[in-house]
Design a protein around this ligand. Structure first.
Ligand code: SAM
Length: 270
C-alpha cells in the first residue's frame, strides 16, 4: 500500500461530521445507496469506510436485523462514534471492524452486499480495496458504491476562500473528496477486481440545512479542513464563514441552504 488514507477526523470531528454532513446530506444518500443495492431481509451486509455508520444503520433498518450488518473503517475515532450512534438508534448489534479496506479481516464469501458511500476516493490502495470487496462477497453478491462526480459549489467555495486566506493548495485535503469522479476509471476499478454487470448512474444529492452559518461552520469542523482553521480567532473564523457563505449565495431555497453535489453510483455483481 502506498500513501495515506484521506478524511481522517480525530477528537470531536466524528461527532460534528455526523451532526453536520450526515444530517444535511449523507443520511438521505445512504438510504438511496441501500435501495440501489436492494438490501433485503436476511442479507449480510458490510459497509466499507463506514465513518460514523450512517449506511450501516440504514442497511440494518432496511434488512430488519442489525446483527447481520458490519461496518468497517480505518479510523478508530469514527468507529467509536459509529457504535455510539448505532446504540442510540437501537441498533447496537451492528459489528464494527477497524481495518484498511485493502485488508478486511473477514472470511471469504461472507456477505450478500458490500456498500461504500463516499469512501473509495480516500483509499490509497483502491485496487486492493475492490479486490477485498470482491473476496468477502458471496458469488452473486451485490456491490454498491458512491463517489462525488465533480467539485460541488461547497468545494469550490472552500477552495477559493481557503486558498485566498492561507495560500494556494490549502484546500488539498478537501479536494480529495472529488478525486474519483471519472466514470471510466471507476468502472475499470470494479471490473478489474472481477465484478460483472457494472452499472453507473449519475444523479445530484443536496446538502440542506436551515441555518447556513451553522452548517458551514460544522462542515469545516467535521472535515479534514478543521486543522487549518484551528488557530483562528473567533472574529477571523466568523469572517471566513461569511466569505464562504457569500460564495454560496445562489444556493438557497425557502428552507435554508440547498447545495447540489453531482454523484456517481456504481452497482455490480460478484
Ligand atoms: C467522507 S467519510 C464517509 C463515511 C461514511 N461512508 C459516510 O457516508 O458518512 C470517508 C471515510 O473513509 C474512511 N477511509 C479512508 N481511507 C480508508 C481506508 N483505506 N480504509 C478504510 N476506510 C477508509 C475514513 O476514515 C472516513 O471515515
Amino acid at each position: 500500500m502506498t500513501g495515506k488514507s484521506g478524511f481522517q477526523l480525530r477528537q470531536g470531528g466524528p461527532e460534528v461530521y455526523e451532526r453536520c454532513w450526515v444530517r444535511a446530506q449523507l443520511a438521505q444518500s445512504a438510504e438511496e445507496l441501500v435501495a440501489a443495492a436492494n438490501v433485503s431481509s436476511g442479507d449480510r451486509v458490510i459497509d466499507i469506510a463506514c465513518g460514523t455508520g450512517v449506511v450501516a444503520r440504514s442497511a440494518a433498518v432496511r434488512s430488519g436485523d442489525a446483527a447481520t450488518v458490519t461496518g468497517a473503517d480505518v479510523n478508530s475515532d469514527m468507529l467509536a462514534a459509529a457504535a455510539r450512534f448505532a446504540a442510540d438508534a437501537d441498533l447496537a448489534d451492528i459489528a464494527w471492524v477497524e481495518c484498511d479496506a485493502a485488508d478486511i479481516p473477514e472470511q471469504d464469501s461472507k456477505f450478500d452486499v458490500a456498500l461504500c458511500q463516499q469512501g473509495l476516493q480516500f483509499m490509497p490502495d483502491k485496487k486492493g480495496a475492490l479486490a477485498e470487496m470482491w473476496r468477502v462477497l458471496k458469488p452473486g453478491g451485490r456491490l454498491a458504491i458512491t463517489v462525488w462526480k465533480t467539485r460541488s459549489p461547497i468545494g469550490a467555495a472552500f477552495a477559493n476562500v481557503f486558498d485566498r486566506h492561507f495560500g494556494e493548495g490549502t484546500a488539498a485535503p478537501w479536494e480529495m473528496v472529488y478525486s474519483l469522479g471519472d466514470r471510466a476509471r471507476l468502472r475499470k476499478l470494479a471490473s478489474g477486481a472481477g465484478f460483472r454487470n457494472t452499472h453507473i448512474t449519475f444523479d445530484v444529492k443536496f446538502a440542506r440545512h436551515p441555518d447556513p452559518a451553522a452548517f458551514i461552520s460544522g462542515a469545516i469542523a467535521g472535515s479534514p479542513m478543521a486543522e487549518v482553521i484551528a488557530g483562528l480567532s473567533d472574529a477571523d473564523h466568523d469572517r471566513l464563514i461569511r466569505e464562504i457563505l457569500a460564495e454560496l449565495s445562489l444556493y438557497h431555497d425557502d428552507d435554508g441552504l440547498a447545495v447540489p453535489a453531482e454523484c456517481l453510483t456504481l452497482t455490480a455483481l460478484k
